[in-house]
Ligand binder design. Structure first.
Ligand SMILES: Cc1ncc(COP(=O)(O)O)c(C=O)c1O
Length: 420
């Protein structure tokens, strides 16, 4: 299957590791490749960008986000599904990106906190285009939600139902359910939001009658169910998605006013050699197979799928040094700038912006934070980078800038959003 951003079909890049055997590296595509020996993201020469901005720096190319959004709409149209797309801004909340997306009008915004709500609104998303699904809501959170009657609120606990019901009787709402089935990249349990063990996300089927009774008591109309079963899924996980959708049907059967089913986000991008991009046609068909049988609109709120492989993190090499029998390569960017490899054990593949013409050494690539977790990659082949070289951490468009911290007061970082 080719890259889902149809305008950017990548050439035969499915096989191969780092591209050292002459095969194209797995991450390469027309808008992310070495041109004349220099890595480009679109027309941006990443080494030149690092020189101007300094490192570390995030660079994200917005047109790729737009292309993937269109591919998603096309797939859902092709499957005959009436639908809405809400971009999950928790993946990347750069105001420039949000303002650009809001002005294009091809997606709404999925927000998970009042602060995200206020940001999306201030970047130009009208309240009707904002979907809120937060957790552990405080009294202040409820008060802010009450100020935005047009926002589509999905409530995930009986307590939140009671309190929003008291503050906004008669409101049309969504119920975040827990389908008791999960999904995640490569079966990674840490990426699953519902599944074998009880999780904090949503109302289980056995508590649905209580939820309905609370809603009735406040005149709330449950017009929507919402679930987000996990993150990063690709084609091999589509069977799990189908199980999640089937589980949701038991909830749907008990909600007579249901008009929409929001299936959350979770659509993934390739992370390793051998990962094919998600086949959106198959994905949409899997969704339609279940939801197409019900007269409901579907909604989806992708984050990663839209932004992750549209962005990179640029880091400078600080040293290369052997310790015991391991060659370490130090970078001026630590795990606090892209937490997922350390937190969720997702693979990370640093690529030289301008590869040297040198034999490869296998490195343990580390950052500049005083934590043992601060490791980007192990046994990673690179053509002998030198101090000052620029390394490019791909797949850093999602959950990198938005999750960053300034631990150890590291993480002074710039951000460049490319609009072409
Ligand atoms: C409720 C909800 N919706 C959407 C998303 C976006 O997920 P993803 O970026 O995997 O598409 C998340 C991620 O945590 C989420 O919790």
């Amino acid at each position: 299957m080719s890259d889902p951003a149809a305008v950017e079909d990548r050439p035969g890049a499915a096989a191969g590791g780092a591209g050292t055997d002459g095969a194209a590296p797995w991450w390469q595509r027309p808008d992310l490749r070495h041109v004349g020996g220099r890595l480009h993201l679109g027309s941006c020469d990443l080494d030149a960008a690092a020189e101007r901005l300094g490192t570390p720096a995030y660079v994200l190319r917005a047109p790729r986000v737009a292309a993937k959004l269109e591919a998603l709409h096309d797939a859902l149209d092709g499957a005959g599904l009436a639908h809405r797309v809400f971009y999950a801004i928790k993946a990347n909340r750069s105001p420039k990106l949000l303002t650009w997306l809001a002005a294009r009008g091809r997606c709404g915004a999925d927000v998970c906190s009042p602060e995200e709500l206020l940001l999306a609104y201030s970047c130009g998303f009208p309240e009707e285009a904002i979907s809120f699904t937060g957790t552990s809501l405080s009294a202040t959170d409820i008060e802010i939600l009450a100020r935005f009657p047009g926002v589509r609120v999905n409530l995930d606990s009986l307590s939140a139902l009671k309190r929003l019901g008291a503050a906004c009787p008669g409101r049309r709402i969504g119920l975040r359910i827990n389908p008791d089935a999960g999904i995640g990249y490569g079966g990674n349990d840490m990426l699953q939001y519902s599944g074998a063990a009880a999780t904090k996300f949503g109302i289980y089927l056995d508590r649905l009658p209580e939820a309905i009774a609370i809603a009735d008591a406040h005149g709330l109309v449950i017009e929507r169910i919402h679930f987000h079963a996990g993150c990063g899924y690709l084609d091999r996980e589509l069977g799990q998605l189908e199980r999640v959708l089937r589980a949701a049907e038991a909830f749907m059967a008990q909600l007579p006013d249901l008009a929409q089913v929001n299936i959350g986000g979770g659509l993934g991008v390739p992370h390793r050699p051998g990962d094919a991009p998600l086949d959106l046609g198959r994905w949409a068909a899997a969704v339609a197979q279940v939801l197409g049988l019900h007269s409901v609109e579907m909604a989806v709120e992708p984050g990663d799928f839209l932004v992750k492989d549209a962005g990179v993190l640029l880091a400078g090499v600080t040293y290369a040094e052997r310790r015991k029998d391991v060659d370490f390569l130090g970078l001026d960017a630590g795990f606090n700038l892209a937490m997922e490899p350390a937190f969720y054990d997702l693979p990370c593949a640093p690529v030289p912006a301008v590869p040297r013409d040198a034999p490869e050494t296998r490195y343990t690539v580390v950052g500049n934070v005083n934590e043992a977790l601060d490791k980007w990659a192990e046994d990673h082949p690179l053509p002998a980078p030198e101090e000052g070289d620029t390394m490019v951490l791909i797949n850093a468009g999602g959950y990198a800038a938005s999750m960053r911290s300034d631990h150890c007061l590291r993480g002074d970082v710039r951000e460049l959003i490319l609009l072409e």
